[in-house]
Design a protein around this ligand. Structure first.
Ligand code: PLP
Length: 397
């Protein structure tokens, strides 16, 4: 067992283990199971057995939730079959009909869909706010405001939110409904941003990304502080929200190496981002960990590191030439999600879905995930892509 002041890498190696319960084998095995048998009817009625049914917990899920709770400094963690399912669990834990919730305009797009399609239909008022609003958020609070939803940096567009200012405003608000703060912390993970230490009530991440780390699982994890934990646990139970244990085992397998992978993703992404900044085809690099980039000061104040994910805005160019750039890449795959060992690129246009703010990018935008390849090879790949873009542009295509 890691001691209270062990560093995160040590906790990742030693936390969430119950080795002596498993005959000395280091990893908790996959416990498959729905039914758990009780010794006798007294045990059945007492309801104090450690395990009672597959939905609630198994030794496998306990290993991962225990490790995450320790890493986050939380009261408890619940898992879900995807990152989006974790977001659903967190929101349904807190809201009821008649509540008002504030969501950053830079939020992961499926969160917006969940709010607009499901929560709105259940009678929850949804309002989007400027991710850079800071303590101006207080002006948007109403008597029925229940949730302030944060994500930093923003999905695709990478705005850094001033989380301490937003949390302080939520705590200072006095109304009939207490305001809870939720942060989607998938980008930083607990290693680079311990959200609960900043007063956030619920932090969540898509385990699909860096916990899994190999693009082969779907998983979500939500950790709450003392105040939010009973509500979160109740929501997990009533929703029956539980991932398959095989996925949880792979999450546990992945998280052991998360620190060393993230350090490599960070170094390689900063290297590639700095190279991109000097390219004439690139108007702006959106990577808060890069000195001089938007949000860098807030990032440096609050975060301990950055991951492999960032975006660029290209100098204005026809969409066909962006396609020529993307199609020339051989090491960067074109696909959704991120957080695996491989590099990815995806074009995006926030103007198609933003509602509270206008996207200020003047050219087409591309998001990259920098994987664990050698960054020099990635740069060569991008160079070939830019040559293809230039050929397209100069031919007036
Ligand atoms: C990918 C992602 C999610 C959702 O994860 P899934 O496991 O794909 O559902 C949530 N938030 C952010 C910021 C993400 O990038």
């Amino acid at each position: 067992m890691a001691s209270d002041n062990s560093k995160p890498a040590t906790r990742l190696a030693h936390g969430g283990r119950a080795t002596s319960d498993h005959f000395g084998f280091i990893n908790t095995p996959v416990y498959r199971g729905s039914t758990v048998l009780f010794e006798n009817s007294a045990a059945l009625k007492s309801r104090d057995a450690k395990y009672t049914y597959g939905i609630h917990a198994t030794p496998t899920t306990d290993s991962l939730t225990g490790l995450l709770t320790e890493l986050e400094g939380g009261e408890g963690t619940v898992l879900a079959p995807s990152g989006l399912a974790s977001i659903t669990t967190a929101l349904l834990a807190l809201v009821e009909a008649g509540d008002h919730i504030l969501i950053t305009d830079s939020v992961y797009r499926p969160t917006r869909r969940l709010a607009d399609r499901l929560l709105a239909a259940l009678g929850v008022e949804i309002e989007y706010y400027d991710p850079l609003i800071g303590d101006g958020i207080a002006r948007l609070f109403r008597d029925n405001t229940r949730v302030l939803f944060l994500e930093a940096p923003g999905s695709q567009t990478m705005e850094m939110q001033d989380i301490p200012a937003l949390v302080a405003a939520a705590k200072a608000h006095t109304g009939p409904r207490d305001i809870y703060t939720i942060v989607d912390n998938t980008w930083a993970t607990a290693l680079f941003f311990r959200a609960l230490d900043f007063g956030v009530d619920i932090t969540l991440q898509a385990g699909t990304k860096y916990i899994g780390g190999h693009s082969d699982i779907m998983l979500g994890a939500t950790t709450a502080n003392e105040r939010a934990w009973p509500l979160l646990k109740r929501a997990q139970t009533v929703l029956g929200m539980c991932p398959g244990t095989e996925e949880v085992f792979l999450g546990l397998r992945g998280i052991r190496t998360m620190e060393i992978r993230l350090r490599q993703h960070m170094a390689a992404a900063l290297h590639v981002a700095a190279w991109l900044r000097d390219r004439p085809e690139v108007a702006e690099v959106l990577h808060p960990g890069l000195p001089g980039a938007p949000g860098h000061d807030i990032w440096a104040r609050d975060f301990r590191g950055s991951c492999g994910l960032f975006s660029i805005v290209l100098a204005p160019v026809d969409e066909a030439c962006v396609d020529a750039f993307l199609d020339e890449l051989t090491l960067f795959g074109l696909g959704y999600s991120w957080g695996g060992f491989e590099s990815l690129a995806i074009p995006f246009d926030p103007n198609s879905y933003r509602s509270a703010t206008k996207w200020r990018g003047k050219g087409p935008a591309v998001r990259f995930h920098i994987g664990l390849e050698d960054p020099d090879d990635l740069i060569r790949d991008l160079e070939a892509g830019f040559s293809s873009l230039a050929r397209c542009r100069d031919n007036g295509a």
